[in-house]
Ligand binder design. Structure first.
Ligand code: ADP
Ligand code: MG
Length: 538
């Protein structure tokens, strides 16, 4: 039985969490510190051990160079992050370390090994980013049974609490991403009508804008700040941002080079400082409504997910747009992981959930590059979508294409995903070289079939219509995707790292917190804390 358990994981930009399905409900598993959220932060400490989660996050301020956060933004791209002086990691490897830590917490809690997981990803993750997430799971020793879109997971957790049939929009504003989904729940079917999002917009951007406004207010040049001061300011602003939401206004007081600067942030100042971001929040909502063919008034419920939806300016903007107060009865931080655990139970065919059916949509268009005209002077290359975004998955579609030149001997099928008319502005996924019999232009044709499955994996099948020969390709040469050799090398590297044992993490997090406080204190307070730290370490 234990072997069948599928861990539900929310691998967030800022925070991650894991949960299991027990007694017909999701139970969130606490980490070594007893917290339900584990910061998605990785650090190398002074003796070369890797730290993950709370202990690593505490070091962001005191050791910014040997700590990394927000690496989810680099998933699926060829980019290595430097930590400390020597170590370099890809976002996939860093995510694998977070997953390993969650897995260890779950195993300690449940008392047996865990092999399977369902991991949530932003709806707007493209193919490369999805594959990187799967790779991370594998590097953590987990078989990833399913990837689930975060808003879909949230809807799943939310929808099952609902008695009535209804249509709702899920708004998930996390640390670095904004996801919007419109869903309908009826007769135990949860149907996704549309998804949209902005993969580079989240609560952290609000911090950045507030910092910029503060520095402008006090007349300090941003580039003159050292990394440590910046990080310290960042965590101050994080606190103040939360206070504004709660008390409508807060005082940001901050020391730079011995001088105290103060700025009172009320809601108006908050809106002024972040107006560009607030404007960007509108467009994914409007696009999702348009794609679903719905007016805001057709939405029965607005569900908020993700820590940054706690901002009062966000809430009032959403209330205005939809003409109703958003729902907040599900915990915005934990809804996604609960949905992932539920999906895990669905995959494992847990009997209590037999009746729930889930349909999902693909969040981007996929197609090939094609030419508009047979006249070489007028020929321009355009992107011809075969599967359009927001189709229900699994989906399979076929389109025909013809030769454009006399005596053409082959057609190069180049596969892209994205929404731009220009192929080169979209993400290139791979190509197929299809030999065709010679003839006059327009005589030979190929049928290109795209099949897209629930995990977001694309299969392309091309048939030469005159001969019936078929060519298939499972898209594999994704940027950032690891081949077997790279996977083995990565695994060896990760296995070779020293990781702090779970039971010592608590102590380490405490020391790191003390160090952080120490760096922000002065005078007698500082001396006192210093002495306490010396005692503690002895
Ligand atoms: P992710 O899904 O990206 O991991 P979360 O859903 O955990 O992110 O949200 C993290 C973001 O939520 C951070 O940017 C944090 O500043 C913000 N946040 C958390 N609590 C609050 C709050 N009370 N008020 C405003 N922002 C908050
Ligand atoms: Mg999230």
């Amino acid at each position: 039985m234990a072997d069948d358990i599928i861990l539900g994981i929310d691998l967030g930009t800022t925070n991650s969490a894991c949960a299991v399905w027990e007694d017909d409900k999701a139970r969130i598993i606490p980490n070594a510190h007893g917290d339900l959220l584990t910061p998605s932060v990785v650090a190398v400490d002074d003796d070369g051990s890797m730290l993950v989660g709370k202990a690593a996050k505490q070091r962001l301020v005191t050791h910014p160079k040997s700590t990394v956060a927000y690496f989810k933004r680099f998933m699926g791209v060829d980019h290595k992050v430097q930590i400390g002086r020597r170590k370099q990691f890809s976002a996939t490897e860093l995510s694998a370390m977070v997953l390993r830590s969650l897995k260890a917490d779950a195993e300690a809690d449940l008392g047996h090994p865990i092999k399977h997981a369902v991991i949530s990803v932003p709806a707007y993750f493209n193919d490369a980013q999805r594959q990187a997430t799967r790779d991370a799971g594998e590097l953590a020793g987990l078989t990833v049974n399913r990837l689930i879109n975060e808003p879909t997971a949230a809807a799943l957790a939310h929808g099952l609490n609902e008695e009535q049939e209804q249509r709702f929009i899920i708004l998930d504003l996390g640390g670095g991403t904004f996801d919007v989904s419109i869903l309908e729940y009826y007769d135990n079917v949860l149907e996704v009508h549309a998804t949209a999002g902005d993969s580079a917009l989240g609560g952290e951007d609000f911090n950045d804008n507030l910092i910029r406004a503060f520095l402008e207010e006090i007349g300090v040049d941003e580039v003159s700040l050292g990394m440590e001061i910046r990080q310290r300011l960042y965590s101050r602003v994080e606190t103040v941002k939360r206070q504004v939401g709660k008390n409508k206004s807060a005082l940001l007081s901050f020391d730079i080079d011995g001088k105290t600067h103060e700025w009172t942030i009320d809601e108006k100042a908050f809106i002024d400082a972040t107006s560009k971001l607030l404007m960007r929040i509108r467009s994914p909502m409007e696009r999702a409504l348009r794609d679903a063919g719905l007016d805001p008034s057709a939405i029965d419920d607005v569900v908020l997910v993700g820590g940054a939806t706690r901002m009062s300016v966000f809430r009032s903007m959403v209330s205005k747009l939809f003409g109703r107060i958003p729902r907040t009865d599900t915990d915005p931080d934990l809804t996604v992981v609960m949905g992932a655990a539920l999906q895990g139970a669905l995959v494992a065919r847990n009997e209590s959930l037999e009746d729930v059916v889930l349909t999902d949509v693909c969040s981007f268009s996929m197609g090939i590059a094609s030419v508009t005209d047979t006249d070489p002077r007028k020929m321009t290359e355009v992107f011809a979508p075969i599967i359009e975004r927001n189709n229900v998955v699994p989906v399979s579609r076929v389109e025909q294409f013809w030769t454009v030149q006399n005596d053409q001997t082959a057609i190069d099928v180049r596969i892209y995903q994205g929404e731009s008319r220009k192929p080169r502005n979209n993400l290139f996924l791979g190509n197929l070289h299809i030999p065709v019999p010679k003839g006059t232009a327009g005589k030979e044709s190929i049928s290109v079939r795209f099949s897209y499955d629930v995990n977001g994996l694309l299969e392309v099948e091309v048939t030469v219509d005159s001969t019936g020969r078929t060519y298939t390709k499972l898209i594999e040469n994704r940027p950032g995707h690891l081949n077997d050799k790279e996977k083995a090398a990565s695994l060896k590297r990760l296995d070779g790292l020293k990781v702090l044992p779970r039971d010592r993490e608590e102590v380490r997090a405490l020391t790191a917190r003390a160090e952080r406080l120490y760096s922000s204190m002065l005078g007698a307070e500082r001396d006192q804390l210093g002495r306490a730290m010396d005692d503690f370490e002895r």
